[in-house]
Design a protein around this ligand. Sequence first.
Ligand code: PEP
Length: 253
Amino acid sequence: MRHKIVAGNWKMNNNLIETEELIKDLKNELKTVKLSEETRVIIAPSFVNLHAATKTTEESLIEVAAQNMHFAENGAYTGEVSAAMLTSLEVKTVILGHSERRSYFNEADDILVKKVNTALNNELEIIFCFGESLEDREQDNHFKVVESQLKNALFHLKSSNFTKIVLAYEPVWAIGTGKTASADQAQEMHSFIRKLLATQYNQELANSVSILYGGSVKPANAEEIFSKPDVDGGLIGGASLKAKDFTAIIKAI
Ligand code: PEP
């Protein structure tokens, strides 16, 4: 079902104490916010703090996601984390395909397709990230790149699988750079993505999928970006690490 979603990707930040403190601050800030029923707030702390995060968010509206997982169900993969380990912690959502995973850890489409299948087999919801590089954008290849990222990792799925998929368009040139895509650039790409879904599946499915924008979303620009009809919320990096900023972004949805 299409929701408004504000998701915070905490990346490799916050130890255990800081994780608990930030969640407590966020819960406090959110006391003043009236969220509509269609709005979801998600945070993605590091693996080691997921258990504490699910406990600290109990009886709040804040949902907890993981930032990654391995594609194998279990086995000899030293240092990795499986889908079943996440679900055993009551984590229901996993971020896959983040550009930092793609570029620093060589996560190409062939790996992502396996991760997508494993996550769905374990009934995890996926926030699937994708987006073009600066070079792709400058060469006017951004639509082609996004289309191939979606086709290669997701378009083998059955339409019923899409109840568990949230898309996050994150132009790489806008992540952590302070450069944001304009609201019109975000809308243009989101509308393109929805058309792709309608062509590959059907219009009803296309209308039902939440498509988030990510890339230097801040309190100052969130409202304009979220005002666009095909932008259903944001995946937020840096600004999700401060309870006041993250709450201001949530208020903009
Ligand atoms: C992200 O890492 O997904 C992200 C959007 O980061 P930032 O908001 O810091 O650009």
